[in-house]
Write a protein that binds this ligand. Structure first.
Ligand SMILES: C[S@@+](CC[C@H](N)C(=O)[O-])C[C@H]1O[C@@H](n2cnc3c(N)ncnc32)[C@H](O)[C@@H]1O
Length: 275
């Protein structure tokens, strides 16, 4: 099986188009996609084998695959689950470096067609807690929380004031290990989120290091929760705090002011698990 896969990979790489100049039409296209700051990009960049395979497993359609010369020189790469008809390109290392510029340099990447962006209504009739990140802006934290939310059975993650234009952001895809395609991650305004919570009559639990009640009592809440975590600097906003029915703290030793938000999210989801 491994031999058959490698043979197919070697064949794909033997017939691959070579990109040896930044003026090559395929290189220009990559540059355009990397430059695109649209809220609804039609095509986006997927970095690294693991994220490409995860995205494909979640139904994302690839447009084209790219590997740098030096990566190919180290042996053939198979792409598990990838349609063998997706065109493969081998790109000169210096051209790849110049395309990525100050952004992360990728040795293996793909261009992919953007799937439909999830919406708040997609969370209706789902089960599991909903994580609301109220002003969390570090993409590494959002990605780590998305991965944990997926692992611990949350219905989705709502991002308020995250600073992201799209959830098909290269940094978020990498930080979530491609799981941003497996769990709905939704960009919304505070007003839209408040409206959704009220319409769906969701119970809201806010996490704050200053809360009086210890998180260990969250297990007593039998219903699904919207679990709100605040931003790295300012904590939970007054708009979301006004909707809160429960406030919990994760007790800490007195010499620590707060936990990293992704750690707090993981502990809360685990404490409230129903499985
Ligand atoms: C880095 S903290 C923010 C610190 C911020 N100065 C504040 O006033 O909340 C980010 C978020 O993680 C959650 N958090 C961090 N430590 C926590 C703890 N010990 N108990 C409950 N939530 C915590 C809260 O939701 C907090 O808003």
């Amino acid at each position: 099986m491994a031999t058959a896969t490698n043979t197919r990979a070697t064949r794909a790489q033997a017939t691959a188009q070579r990109i040896d100049s930044a003026r090559h039409p395929a290189a220009r296209r990559i540059a355009d996609v990397l430059r695109n700051r649209s809220e609804k990009p039609q095509v986006f960049v997927l970095d690294d084998l693991e994220n490409i395979e995860q995205a494909v497993a979640c139904g994302v359609e690839l447009d084209s695959l790219y590997a740098t010369e030096s990566t190919v020189a180290n042996g053939p790469h198979s792409f598990v689950g990838v349609d063998p008809d997706v065109p493969v390109h081998i790109i000169d290392d210096a051209v790849a470096r110049s395309l990525f510029g100050g952004q992360k340099h990728s040795r293996i990447f793909a261009l992919a067609h953007s799937p439909r962006s999830p919406k708040l209504v997609d969370l209706i009739s789902t089960s599991g807690d909903i994580i609301v990140l109220d002003g969390v802006r570090l993409v590494g934290n959002i990605g780590a929380i998305t991965r944990t939310a997926c692992a611990l059975g949350a219905a989705g993650v709502i991002l308020l004031e995250s600073g992201l234009r799209t959830t098909f952001d290269r940094r978020l895809i990498r930080a979530s290990r491609g799981l941003v395609f497996a769990t709905p991650v939704i960009l919304a305004s505070r007003a839209e989120c408040a409206d959704f919570i009220q319409r769906e009559q969701l119970r809201v639990a806010a996490l704050s290091a200053d809360a009086v009640e210890a998180l260990s009592s969250i297990g007593a809440v039998a219903r699904r929760l919207a679990i709100v975590l605040g931003g790295e600097r300012d904590g939970v906003s007054s708009e979301l705090d006004a909707l809160t029915t429960h406030r919990y703290a994760i007790p800490m030793t007195p010499n620590v002011e707060s936990l990293n938000v992704s750690v707090a999210a993981g502990i809360a989801l685990y404490e409230h698990r129903t499985w």
